[in-house]
Design a protein around this ligand. Sequence first.
Ligand SMILES: [Zn+2]
Ligand SMILES: [Zn+2]
Length: 526
Amino acid sequence: MAKAYEPINIYCASCGAPAKFDIARQVYCCAYCGGETGIREPLAEKQGFRQMHRARLEAKRKEFPLQKARCGGCGAEVIFPREEMMTSCAFCGRNMVRQEYLGVDGFPEILIPFKVTEDQARENLLAWCRENQSRPEARDVRKHIDELKGFYLPYELVKGPTSCGVSRRESKIYRCRGFWEGSFVNTSKQLDNLLLDGMEPYDIADVKEFDFSYLAGQRVKVRDTDGETTAARVGDEIAAHYRPFAAKVLETKGVTVTADTGNMVELSAVLPVYYLRAGNTLAAVNGQTGKVAVREKKDRYLMPWWIKPILGSVLFPALAYGIMTLFGVEQMGKLLVAGILFIFLLLVLFTAYHNEYGGLGRERLPRRIFTSDDEREAVTPPEFYLPIDGRNRAVDMKFTTPWRLFLMIFLPAVTVFLPLILGFLLNGCSAEGLTVGGAAVWLCIMVPLAPVFMLKFGRLELYEHPVVHYQTDDGRRRRYRGAKKSWKETWDTVKAFVFSPFVLVILFLLAVLVINTVLVVHWDSF
Ligand SMILES: [Zn+2]
Ligand SMILES: [Zn+2]
C-alpha cells in the first residue's frame, strides 16, 4: 500500500519506503528492501519536492485574495486575508504599511495547523498569571491581554545527521555525532529565540504540506533571516541541545560545541503561535499544545567570579585564628598560621576558579523564560567517535577515573611530606628523634606549589588524555591507548626535557630535599 508523500520523511532511493539513518555507517538504511541511500541524496530529493510545491502554490494563489503589510520599525512582514484589518505591528508596536501581495515568495513548504483557539490561548496565559501573581511580568501580561494575536511564525525544520566539535577551554577538540529527528529553528530577526524555545516542543506528527486553505482568518509572518543567519541559528540550536551531554563527558560546564549541519535536510515551515508584547515583557503561547512561555522583564548579572575565592581565603584563616585563640595559641603563632593559610588558599582558589571562568568582567545572564510546563524536546544523545584502525568508531571517554583521582591527591600529598617520609624510613621506620622543623624550607616551597601544580597541570594534563574504550569488530570492549609513538619521538621528548631550564629547578629541589631529609634525621648533631 502506497502512503502519501510526507515532506519530513526521508525515503529509500531504490524502493521509496521511509528509511532510517545508521550512525555508525553514516548512510540511510531501508528496512523494507535493505537498500542504502547516501547522506547527500535526500538533499537533492527535497530540492525536487521544493520545485513541485512551488508550482502547486503558484497555480492556486489566484483563488485566495491576500494582502501584505510591512512594518517600518522592525521590518516584520505579514501576509493575511484581504478582509482582515492590520494597522499596528504586533512585534514592535509601530504602524504597518499595506501593500498589494504578489507572487508566492515567502510561503513555507510545511506547516502545523492551529489547534488552540484564541480564547483558549488567552485563558492559558491568564492561568499562568494567576500562578505567578508575585512576578511583575504577570501584571504586564494581564494589562495587555487583549493584544494577544495568533500568527503563523516562520521556522526552519531541520532533520538529518550532524557532527560536532566539542572542546573545553584550551583543550583539544573531540568529535561527536548524532541524528537529529527534526527540530524547528525560528527565522525571525525580531523575535526572541529563547522565548520561542520556551513554548516548544511541537509535535512533528501534525506536520502538513503548506496550502493556502490554512490561511483563512490567520496571519503569516514572513521569514526575514538570510541563509547564513539561519544556518548559524540551526548550528546554535543543535549545540545548545548537545551541550549538556558534552558537558557530562568533558566534566565541565565551560564546554564549546560547534555543529556541522551540512548534511541536514531543511524545510521552511510556519508554526502556530500566539504572541504578545507587553512593554518589556514578551509572552508566547504554543498554538498546537497551548504551552505558555513568558520572558523575564529585566536583565540579571552573575556575581563576579573573583568574589568567591577572596571570601574563601579570608573566611578560613579567620576561622582558624578563632579556633587557635580558643586553644590559647600565642599571638605570633596564630598570625603565622593564619597568614600562610591565607596565601595558600588565595593561590589555590584563584587557580581553581580562574580555570572555570577566566576574564574579570561581570557576566550578563540570559533572561529567564517562565513556562507553564517543563516538557522539553527529547534529544537522542550524540556519540563520541575517534578514528581507530582506519575508521571512525564510537568510543566512550572518561577523564577522572577513581585511580586517577587517587593519584592526583596522593602524589602531591607525598611530595609535600617527602623529607619527613624519607627521614622516617632512614630512621628505621621510627618517628623517634626526628625533627619536623628540619623540613622547613621544603615545606615552604611545596605547600603552596603542590596544590597549584595539582590543579593547573594535573587537571589540564588529565583533560588532554581521556581513558578511551571502544568496541572491536567482534564486539569486545577494548581500551584504546592512542597511536603508537616511535622510539625517535620518545627520544626527542626526553632530549627536549634534559636541555630545558626546568632541569635546573628539579636539581635545586633535589638538593633541598637531600639537605632537609638530613636535617630531619640529624637535627641534634648540628
Ligand atoms: Zn528500500
Ligand atoms: Zn514592527
